[in-house]
Design a protein around this ligand. Sequence first.
Ligand SMILES: [Zn+2]
Length: 301
Amino acid sequence: MIHFKQHTIGQAVWCSGVGLHSGLKVALVLKPAVPDHGIRFQRTDVPDSPAICAHYNNVIDTFQATTIGSAGIAVSTVEHLMAALYGCGVDNALVELNGPEAPIFDGSAAPYVKLIQKATIVEQDGARRYLTIRKPVVVEEGDSSIIATPADHFQVHYEIEFPHPRVGKQEYSWELKNGSFGREIAKARTFGFLKDVLRLQQMGLIRGGSLSNAVVFDDNEVLNVNGFRYSDECVRHKILDFIGDLALTGLPVLGKFEVRKAGHTLHSRFLAELMDGKEYAAQTPVTIPSPYLSSGLSAIA
Ligand SMILES: [Zn+2]
């Protein structure tokens, strides 16, 4: 369903949890914001911290998670919250947090969807603009690829292949329509392989990781007692991550995205290609520099 007005949340809500990579406990407050504000993150533990626009130009790291930063201040693992805001149709919000990383909760976006629903979603006066794919965009690297083509709605087809008996080849097609993010995507958890755990911990990552916030595989099996939430939970989570990263365009997008064996780094490269790598005024897309995109209500009327 296409909405013609921007949306924010009706009231401030808060939550707290541990960061997947930092292991640090963080309190997060989600606040309403005015039209054309977009999504911004503000570190309350850093004096005079700027509000960082959740925008692809501010992506500073994509290894194992998406980190945004500005003026030396960073917030990492923003993708699950960004996916929840995007999937719920929230255009404007301020995210305050007193640490360097958004909480991981259970490794999915479902707790963030619940938080947004608790805050309620309200319509605002500002007209909503969409980015519309005008001609195909292709980004490839080895056997990984992302192809965007014009479409009237936001659709993602994702394909993964892991040489593991419980994962193998999975594909899933998803379209954003009333409630489809919450029903089909939000509950899918992040996943990892036991053989990688030690290596990542030695790199200072996944300090907060556990079986309560990720699906973990040994060489043959799922280690979580209750197994999967969906038989194809892994590919659904990849769609969740893709939505969260694509949300860094700063606007809802209309187009079809076919993604194969990608991750945060290729998602980010794709965004740069899509937006043509040029400077782009965050949240005020009066002109669109990219040849691939057009913007405005006329495209969807
Ligand atoms: Zn993820």
